[in-house]
Write a protein of this length. Structure first.
Lengths: 350, 555
């Protein structure tokens, strides 16, 4: 992050955003920000390095940490090109097989399954991300409007409690909630009491519900937690903006849409960019605990597939191929999300 | 205390002779060779795949091990359901406990180099009990694949028989039915059983008794819990009159082929499909985990299922201890027209499942000596029967007997935690059959004990059928084919993957087929067989046939 982006980020809720009320000046504001973002390029000179020596020295251990634990282990990727067997000493004492593992994963029966699990992973993650983000923003806006402070605190605490439950517990709760009324399925019970359905639905045996179940359970667990950042961003908005808006005769909804939302827009964008990198890696627990044969077509994700066909069959090479695939896709996703944000003139990560 | 233990074992790693003069305790439970003595205590770490719990802290046999051998066991217990992951992680880590007790049919511990070949150690003659155990069957017990050195790695945990084979309980595959169903139907004739008759019995009873102890009565369960998917996939083979060969049926020319896409499977799942639509099959059955399945059986509400007897032993135990014998099960043997039931087989040695000594153990001699001691008749009796005078008595004729109180407590799970080493007993090599003094290996196999432990309900039930043991409800096992059984043939990588894909295809398609509309059956069945068609089934069948031929040649 350059100094320039840091400053715009810090000023995001500052005076500049006061302008949106007058829509005509939006374009000029964008232009101004673009100039600020580019800024005058500063040259790196030895003087500057010397002046910042303390900072640089402090950065060294972190840099080493990153290299040691994030880059060095990547040599294990050679396993992808081997017929790897554990217990042969090291990874160089193995049989080399070229691209056979890639062929095995991406073609034939495995290839068909793998395309399916990639689709499931994307589907479940994107749905969870969209539902989760919208839910968190809405809740943050609503909480922000609660003027009774103790009530707001209690509400906030209650909503973020589920974040601290482990996925095993959450999955069991979800399984019970979605089961038949005789097994404690209160969702079915509720729907039947409301006369929305005549017969209980076996949610966990119907493939087309599964993505929704994942997104819903994610929402339930993480909703409160995700609002914390948004609430923090909201408190950084200059209260004088609201006062000015009030003087101009803006109501609650007007202020919400024209001050609060634009104020937290940079936060939303940055969080979306960060989360886009996790899209292929986040969905293991729920599909693993809730998935079964009947819904496997929509439930199985990359990680679950890798567990079955890689680790459980002792085929580590296949697992590594899948890991490489995930890494490359994640880099592309973060890069393109960042690029898209830049194009849209939003705050970016790098 | 524990610090002392660790210190001593550290020495023993490099030095076979004890650091202190060994004091060998009296009695035939002591190690006369002086390797394992209380004066030089040993701590052995043990990995065991078992559904049993870690014994209670005050366990009396744990104390006996310390008193007689100076051995403390440090357990790492993993349920079979979770063992697949655990093994993968252990192999990736490359550090293993001293002793590994595994049921892994993929032989990952052996092929991953986690186990030590025992052949050279046995040649030293220091392990007479292990030698005695392994020698006659060394070819079957040894690893013969190509991934690592050939040799004896694992001592099988079950069915290496000594003396006569006795026993009254049936642990094999069957279509099980609750005793109350047969009682209600007036103890009908069970011979010439068919799938239709079986479901008729169940549906008649269910119609009359829609609830059981307040819960809805369940007609039939066909779950596919992780690791036990064969509950769902094996019935077609049994119905075709084939013994349990896993995923294949072996014809009389010793040629194996899969049956998942054949008529016997189609007919079975079609009838299951029609039963499902008549409400006889539990709609939740396909989402059950093994724990939930056992819990359902233990609730007593399930009238029938196809399963192997040992798989739901815990549920049966819990029903018995609650005195609900009418909810326990009897094995039935339905077959297709023209087939002869071949459900019961001669118990086969559990090759590749059992205990081995790890390759990273720093005290291999002591670890093997521990197995050797456990294989001695006195210790086998302790593990299986308990302590003489406390858990059983020896009659004037030398026969072991138990009082009613001893019998009752032997089935009490809390009592077992403090008085038995169930997890160890699960994986330790056993003296199945009879001991040299004529007593059966376990109380359940002792003919007099078996009959005496039957509840009044069970006794009268058996009288109605004029039978003395549960074994008599199934076919008399003929001599096993020489290669038998095909399910424990080791597969190569391509075959393993094909096998997994077949299992996945079954687990994903069969529930749809069974729970689908009757009119959709043909469409769903075609989707399933199409999926199978895309899998490299040939590599799987070839690997099995190769294994059969090898066994015919070498065993």
């Amino acid at each position: 992050m350059t100094d320039a982006t840091v400053s715009t980020y810090a000023n995001a809720g500052g005076p500049e955003t006061a302008l949106p009320l007058a829509t005509s000046s939006r374009a000029s504001k964008r232009k101004a920000r673009k100039i600020a973002a580019k800024g005058p390029k500063r040259k790196i000179t030895w003087d500057r390095v010397w002046a910042q020596r303390a900072l640089l020295v402090m950065a060294v251990p972190l840099l080493l940490y990153q290299i040691l634990f994030k880059y060095v282990p990547a040599y294990g990727w050679v396993i992808a090109f081997q017929h790897y067997r554990p217990g042969r000493g090291n990874v160089w004492n193995q049989q080399w097989v070229g691209l056979e593992n890639f062929r095995n994963l991406f073609t034939g029966v495995n290839g068909k399954q793998f395309r399916n699990v990639v689709l499931n992973t994307l589907g479940q993650s994107l749905l969870s991300l969209i539902v989760g983000t919208i839910g968190a923003i809405v809740l943050a806006l609503l909480l922000n409007e609660v003027k009774n402070f103790p009530f707001k605190r209690v509400l906030q605490n209650i909503t973020y409690m589920p974040h601290f439950l482990s996925w095993v517990i959450v999955a069991s709760l979800a399984a019970v909630a979605l089961s038949l009324p005789t097994s404690g399925g209160f969702i079915n019970q509720g729907l039947m009491n409301l006369h929305l359905i005549d017969h209980p639905i076996l949610f966990l045996t119907q493939p087309h519900y599964f993505w929704g179940i994942v997104a819903g359970t994610n929402l339930w667990k993480e909703l409160g937690w995700n609002t914390i950042l948004y609430l923090a961003a909201i408190t950084a908005i200059d209260p004088t903006l609201y006062e000015a808006a009030e003087v101009d005769g803006a109501g609650r909804y007007r202020k919400m849409f024209n001050i609060t939302l634009p104020g937290i827009r940079p936060t939303i964008v940055v969080l979306l960019i960060i989360n886009s990198g996790w899209i292929l890696s986040t969905n293991f627990e729920l599909p693993y605990f809730l998935g079964n044969g009947l819904v496997a077509q929509r439930a199985q994700t990359i990680d679950v597939f890798v567990l079955h066909y890689g680790y459980q069959l002792g085929n580590y090479s296949l697992a590594v191929v899948a890991g490489i695939f995930k890494t490359i896709v994640a880099i592309i996703l973060v890069g393109s999300a960042n690029l898209a944000a830049k194009r849209l003139n939003q705050e970016t990560l790098v | 205390m524990s610090v002392g233990l660790v210190g001593c074992t550290g020495h023993a790693a490099t030095d076979a002779s004890p650091s202190k003069p060994a004091v060998i305790p009296a009695g035939d439970l002591a190690d006369k060779s002086g390797t394992l003595t209380p004066s030089n205590p040993t701590t052995l770490s043990v990995y065991i795949e078992s559904t049993h719990q870690i014994p209670a802290a005050d366990n009396k046999l744990t104390k006996l091990l310390q008193d007689k051998l100076g051995v403390t066991l440090k357990y790492e217990l993993v349920t079979p359901e979770n063992s697949d992951q655990k093994i993968g992680v252990m192999l990736a880590g490359g550090d293993y406990p001293d002793l590994i007790g595994t049921g892994d049919l993929k032989l990952r511990f052996i092929e991953g180099g986690a186990l030590t070949p025992l052949d050279d150690m046995l040649k030293t003659g220091k392990y007479p009990n292990v030698e005695d155990y392994a020698k006659p069957y060394i070819k079957q017990m040894s690893y013969s694949g190509a991934a690592t050195d050939k040799g004896l790695y694992i001592l099988p945990n079950y069915n290496r028989f000594f003396g006569d084979v006795t026993g009254g309980t049936y642990y094999g595959p069957a279509f099980w039915i609750q005793k109350r169903v047969l009682e209600d139907a007036g103890y009908p004739d069970l011979s010439n059983m068919t799938v239709d008759k079986y479901f008729q019995l169940i549906s008649d009873y269910k119609a009359k008794n829609p609830t059981t102890d307040g819960a809805p009565t369940v007609g039939f369960e066909a779950p596919a819990p992780t690791g036990s998917e064969w509950i769902l996939t094996n019935p077609p083979a049994m119905l075709a009159g084939s013994p349990n060969n896993g995923g294949v049926i072996v014809d009389k020319d010793n040629h194996a082929s899969i049956y998942a896409d054949k008529d016997t499977a189609k007919n079975w799942y079609q009838s299951l499909n029609s039963q499902y639509n008549q409400g006889l099959v539990d709609p939740e059955t396909f989402t059950l985990t093994n724990d939930q399945f056992q819990a359902k059986l233990a609730s007593g509400a399930v009238l029938g299922m196809q399963d192997q007897g040992w798989q739901f032993g815990n549920a049966t135990d819990s029903l018995r201890s609650a005195h609900k014998d009418q909810y326990t099960y009897v094995p039935l043997m339905p077959v297709n027209d023209g087939a002869t039931p071949y459900y019961a087989d001669r118990a086969v040695m559990n090759i590749n499942q059992g205990f081995g000594v790890s390759s990273t153990s720093k005290q291999k001699e002591k670890a093997l000596k521990f197995l050797d001691m456990m294989l001695s008749e006195p210790w086998q009796k302790v593990l299986s029967w308990g302590v003489e005078g406390e858990d059983y008595q020896v009659g004037a004729d030398g026969k072991f007997t138990r009082t009613d109180e001893q019998r009752a407590q032997s089935k009490d799970l809390t009592w077992m935690a403090s008085n038995k080493l169930m997890a160890l007993l699960d994986m330790i090599p056993k003296h199945n059959g009879t001991f040299s003094d004529g007593n059966a290996f376990s109380p359940d196999d002792q003919p007099t004990e078996f009959y005496a432990t039957l509840s009044a309900y069970d006794k009268s039930f058996m009288e109605k059928y004029n039978k003395k043991t549960w074994m008599e409800f199934v076919n008399k096992a003929p001599e096993n084919p020489k290669y038998y059984p095909a399910w424990n043939i080791k597969l190569d990588d391509a075959a393993t993957q094909a096998n997994q894909q077949l299992t996945d295809a079954a687990v994903q398609n069969l529930p749809k087929i069974i729970a689908g509309k009757t009119s959709d059956f043909d469409k769903n069945w075609k989707a399933y067989t199409d999926t199978i068609g895309q899998i490299d089934v040939k590599s799987y069948e070839d690997a099995i046939n190769q294994g059969i031929q090898d066994r015919l040649k070498n065993w």
